[in-house]
Every structure is written in C-alpha cells, then in structure tokens.
Design a protein around this ligand. Sequence first.
Ligand code: ADP
Ligand code: MG
Length: 243
Amino acid sequence: MISVAGLNKSFGGTPVLRDITLDIAPGERVVVIGPSGTGKSTLLRCLNFLDRPDSGTVRIGDLSVDAARATRPEILALRRRTGFVFQNYALFANRTARQNITEALVTVKGQTAEKANATADRILAEIGLADRGDSYPSALSGGQQQRVGIGRAMALDAELLLFDEPTSALDPEWVGEVLDLMRKLAETRQTMLVVTHEMQFAREIADRIVFMDEGRVVEEAPPDRFFDAPEDPRTRAFLRRVT
Ligand code: ADP
Ligand code: MG
C-alpha cells in the first residue's frame, strides 16, 4: 500500500498543498486532474521528496518517511521505490537511449554494466525502440524521447510510477504512441499515479480519478462516476471547461 497523509507544502509562504491525504493500492492506476497551478506537479514531486514537504508522511510498503525528520538514506530509499516521468523527458542529451536507461540502474540500483545493458535491451524492445538504443536524444522524435523517458522509469521496476503530464510537451502527432505505451503499462497493473489533461485516456485507464483544486483533493471517484456524475461544483465547473 502507498499512502500520503497530511501533506502540506508552501512556496514563499503561499500554501500549494493543503493537507493532502491519498491512498493507492498495489496495482491501482490513479489519474490526477485539475486546473493548472493547483499543485499537481508539486504533489508528485513531494511524493519522492524532489520537493521536500513541509509536513506529512509518505509511505510505500514498509517504508514510511515523515517530512519532519526524513533522513537522506530514507529519501534515497523512497526514490528507489518510485519512477518519475517528466513532462519534458529530462533525458541526458550526451547519452544514448540505452545509456539513459542504464544510468539509474547502475547508480541507483547498483547493477553491473552487463546486467543494466541486458535490462535496457529488454526495455528498448518493450517500448518499440529495439533498433534505436545507440541513438542520442537529438536524433529521436519527441514521442521516441518520451518513450525512452518512460522506459527509464519502467527499468527501475519501481513500486510506483509517477507521470507528470507526459504528453503535454509533445507535438500532437506523437501523443498517440506515448499514450499507447502507457496503456500497455497500465494493462500490466503497474501501480501508476498520472497527472494528465487527456480526459479520454484517463477514463480508459484509471481505476480512480482524483480532482485537485487550490492544493486540495476536492473529489475522487471511479472514472464513470467521476465524469458522468461529478458531485462537487468545482469538479463540474472544471469538466465543463475541458470536455
Ligand atoms: P500544477 O502542476 O497543478 O500546474 P504546480 O504544482 O506546478 O501546479 O504549482 C502550484 C503552485 O506552486 C503554482 O502557483 C506555482 O507557481 C507554485 N510553485 C511550484 N513550484 C514552485 C517553486 N519551486 N518555487 C515557487 N513556487 C512554486
Ligand atoms: Mg504541473
């Protein structure tokens, strides 16, 4: 079980996350939606302490990290259990697709180069880039780069994958292939927390939709109920704007 309890985060005295509580079951696919500036990215970043929460607890399985007294080893352990897919891919420009995937396997997971390369080749095949392992990011399309970004997270075999608007920096022509890869991953029942504006995709893959507004979880429900019978007026207003 993954759980976030009483998470708060302010930037410069402005509260961005207000007492967020969220539980995610193993194998669950949760989609977070909400207006921009509402704290969705901050929530994902606080989950693995890329941003340090001001208060609250993040628990993944038997590891519980309290913001008030988190130690460096605890934070690293938390990061080993999560994979992060960034909006702008965040690939190393001076490393090949294969090296982008092996990097964390060697540095974070302590794998030998040989084992990491074998994992990377398996992942490259799974993301449909078996023949592009030696290509540098600049030689890949936006869609291919983001597939490498997802492959890098997949390779870690993490208990939780976090996706922060993985298709919103892409030209429209590349969105489909990235969503297809995420659908495939969702079918394996990888535990996923996905921030996206792709409402149709959210409805298809989510077990649960979480709607955030002004740093709070306003409403959460299975997709059919969420989209067809939203309860909170803020959810209704948002859905009217985006669907
Ligand atoms: P969302 O992902 O929902 O669009 P964010 O989590 O990116 O929202 O941002 C929520 C609010 O926090 C915004 O007002 C944003 O400007 C602010 N914010 C995010 N990160 C920082 C930061 N590192 N420093 C200062 N303000 C930040
Ligand atoms: Mg964001």
